[in-house]
Design a binder for this molecule. Structure first.
Ligand code: NAD
Ligand code: TYD
Length: 353
């Protein structure tokens, strides 16, 4: 794909990217996507390999243009060690699960806030040309009707969302104060291959496969706008190479569904009964609905999502069926402990009601 020579392409012929969080769900998909779509790109992939990061998600990637470094974005020396010759930083490293942020927000502040500040400082000191902060629709909070635009106020309801909003504000401040070339994307709920099975869709796929219960928080009528991770990756590429400094771009797919509808579609694909669904205690501060107005990225770059929800979901279910070794590995150890802690507690609370 060729683009007009703007953004970082204006300055460099070959592009050296520092991608953080590249062993996670979106990060590993984005690294894979870029290596395929952009022959001029070489990538340093900095990831702490927390419970959510997995080197097996990168197994099939070539080593000549992709170098993995284990490191923590909140540690300045570890980030500095990766900064030589870097043209742009793409920050995907994060603690990303709302329920975990409710159990304990410390790691969210450390990685999402302090980590982003460390990366921004590195950009400033090392005169790195561009910074893409990968953010989320959750920074806007919940909306009953209508859609959030890039001008909507930040109004967060979970510690996760608050930490992401803090990072966005820091990024903006580095643009305004130091004139740095920073762009921000805010995307809706992603699904697809390599997603850690604590999030709704992979959790439901894997539980249904094992005929285990499917825990639905509250009345299950919470609405999310689901986008396939590959459509998000294309949006990230466009903003990285063509976005205007200081701008924010919403990325949504207009595929709104209640959680119950999503779960029913998973059950239909797998031919499993609805009796697996079990209502459990709601998430505190649970956002009722997310919805984004993505006119700006559609208008400015002609971006549009290409993968319809049903098709993407079928492919995703097939991917989990075909990658059971990956799943078994990421679900072992500390994940099992988290799962028991999270869902045992929910059923106990439910029993006490
Ligand atoms: P993920 O949890 O799957 O992956 C996060 C990655 O970051 C993991 O590989 C982890 O090891 C790494 N990491 C965590 N702490 C780190 C640290 N201190 N230093 C270096 N690496 C660290 O998350 P994801 O779903 O891939 O999300 C990626 C980004 O996209 C996040 O910033 C998230 O807020 C944003 N986002 C996610 C969604 C979604 O639906 N998943 C939607 C919009 C935006
Ligand atoms: P999640 O995948 O955690 O994403 P987010 O909270 O960032 O939107 O959850 C998506 C929706 O599914 C959210 O409304 C919470 C709900 N949910 C359940 O009902 N049961 C579950 O076991 C999980 C993980 C989520």
């Amino acid at each position: 794909m060729t683009y007009p020579t703007i953004g970082i392409e204006r300055m460099v012929k070959t592009v050296r990217l520092l991608i953080t969080g590249g062993a996670g769900f979106i990060g590993s998909n984005f690294v894979r996507y870029l290596l395929k779509s952009r022959p001029e790109v070489s990538i340093i992939n900095l990831d702490a390999l927390t419970y959510a990061g997995n080197l097996e998600s990168l197994d099939d990637l070539p080593h000549d243009r992709h170098k993995f470094v284990r490191g923590d974005i909140s540690q300045r020396d570890q980030v500095e060690a990766c900064a030589d010759g870097v043209d742009a930083i793409i920050n995907l490293a994060a603690e990303s699960h709302v329920d975990r942020s409710i159990l304990d927000s410390s790691a969210f502040i450390r990685t999402n806030v302090v980590g982003t500040q460390v990366l921004l400082e590195t950009m400033r000191r090392r005169k790195i040309a561009r910074f893409l902060q990968v953010s989320t629709d959750e920074v806007y909070g919940s909306i009953e009707t209508g859609k959030f635009t890039e001008m909507s106020p930040l109004y967060t309801n979970s510690p996760y969302a608050a930490s992401k909003a803090s990072a966005d504000l820091l990024a903006r401040s580095y643009h305004r104060t130091y004139g740095l070339d920073i762009v921000i994307t805010r995307c809706s709920n992603n699904f697809g291959p390599y997603q850690f099975p604590e999030k709704l869709i992979p959790l439901m796929i894997l539980n249904a496969l094992e005929d285990a219960r499917l825990p639905v928080y509250g009345d299950g009528l919470y609405v999310r706008d689901w986008i396939h991770v590959e459509d998000h990756c294309r949006a990230l590429e466009m903003v990285l190479f063509r976005g205007s400094p200081g701008e924010i771009y919403n990325v949504g797919s207009n595929q709104e569904m209640t959680n119950r509808e999503v779960i029913q579609r998973v059950l239909d694909i797998l031919g499993k009964p609805a009796s697996l669904i079990q209502n459990v205690t709601d998430r505190p501060g649970h956002d009722r609905r997310y919805a984004l107005d993505s006119t700006k990225i559609r208008h400015d770059f002609g971006w549009t999502p290409l993968i319809p929800f049903d098709q993407g979901l079928e492919n995703t279910v097939r991917w989990y069926l075909e990658h059971q070794a990956w799943t078994a590995h990421v679900r072992s150890g500390s994940y099992r402990h988290y799962y028991e802690q999270m869902y045992e507690r929910r059923s106990q609370t439910l029993a006490n009601l």
